[in-house]
Design a protein around this ligand. Structure first.
Ligand code: LMR
Length: 337
């Protein structure tokens, strides 16, 4: 009986679900973009009280879209109800910096949000729940979540830098006039912020005559070392400038890519970038949530070992690590208050 062969549904929690990223993300998840075309899902959508009605509207539309894979939708402002049974948690909700606000105030708001959600996840999510933090400051929000959900395995707490990774692939593809699919193994090191280091030293392009390194194909070394890096670092801000809203469809798509590769594995011969808990690899302080090149298999990521790091890269990798250390102390100082 074919019906009995259907997989059990996976419960996916999305926080901040009534926002613009949530609005782009929910239908992607319901269509199987995140977990595959044969994986039924149940969506748990959480948002705050002022967004309650809008969230209900998203639920109505999800029902109206009649997605075959969507086996249930919970739209709630109750964090416990939202977290209960979650197998995957995509944390899009957070406090956004408003004009004139101090960094410290923004951090303090996010620290309390992520501390509370960590406890709810720890108590009510599935024991092996995989967590992806999207909301900024993504790495440090993930760090706070890790500190306050000690029973969730450290390896299960990650943050999104796949958006930056995809942006880097896009820039190289545009520059060379090649298919984006033929570009691989760029790396995003560090923080999902303007100090991140998009690194193409190991990136290649598939051509008719085989794999060629990006640094050979782009003879203008200066472009790679300057404009390429700043374009990727500042892409989020550039989108906000023109759209008057932050990236949403690309962020949602990257969140799906991140979870899909994590759960189903990275394609043979390629790696991706994920913000994960450092084990001290590449001289990055252990315990920081830092973006590394990773491969995934059997639902686990591993940092790609043994890549050669030149002096240019070293300086940039350390600069973004330093920023993360500063964010960490700022977060801790908020906790003490
Ligand atoms: C992005 O990379 O698009 C966002 O993190 C930018 C932002 O500040 O929301």
């Amino acid at each position: 009986n074919l019906l009995n062969m259907e997989k059990d549904p996976v419960i996916v929690l999305v926080t901040g679900a009534a926002g613009q990223i949530g609005y782009a993300l929910a239908p992607m998840i319901a269509r199987g973009v995140m977990l595959g075309p044969d994986q039924p899902v149940i969506l748990h959508m959480l948002d705050i009280e002022p967004s309650k009605e809008a969230l209900e509207g998203v639920k109505m539309e999800l029902i109206d879209a009649a997605f075959p894979l969507l086996k249930g939708v919970v739209a709630t402002t109750d964090v416990v109800e939202a977290c209960t049974g979650a197998d995957i948690a995509v944390m899009v909700g957070g406090f956004r910096r408003k004009e004139g606000m101090e960094r410290k105030n923004v951090m303090s708001k996010n620290v309390s949000i992520y501390k509370a959600q960590a406890s709810a996840l720890e108590e009510h999510a599935a024991a092996n729940c995989k967590v992806l933090v999207v909301a900024n400051p993504a790495n440090t929000n993930a760090l706070v979540l890790k500190e306050f959900a000690p029973s969730i395995p450290e390896k299960n707490i990650t943050c999104l830098t796949r958006l930056d990774h995809n942006r880097a692939l896009g820039q190289i593809s545009e520059k060379l006039g090649v298919q984006v699919n033929d570009v691989k193994n760029v790396i995003i090191w560090g923080n999902h912020s303007s100090t991140q280091y998009p690194d193409v030293s190991h990136a290649t392009v598939t051509t008719n005559s085989g794999e060629m390194s990006v640094s050979k194909l782009i003879s203008n070394d200066q472009w790679l070392k300057t404009q390429f890096i700043t374009t990727v670092q500042q892409r989020g801000a550039a989108i906000i400038k023109v759209r008057k809203l932050s990236s949403a469809l690309s962020a949602a798509s990257a969140a799906c890519d991140h979870i899909r590769d994590w759960v189903l594995g990275t394609p043979q011969g390629t790696w991706t970038s994920m913000g994960v808990c450092s084990d001290g690899s590449y001289g990055i302080p252990a315990g920081l949530i830092y973006s590394f090149p990773v491969t995934c298999a059997k639902g686990e990521w591993s940092i790609v070992p043994g890549l050669k790091i030149d002096e240019f890269s070293r300086t940039k990798m350390d600069a973004t690590a330093n920023e993360l250390m500063e964010e960490k102390s700022l977060a801790y100082s908020c906790l003490e208050e």
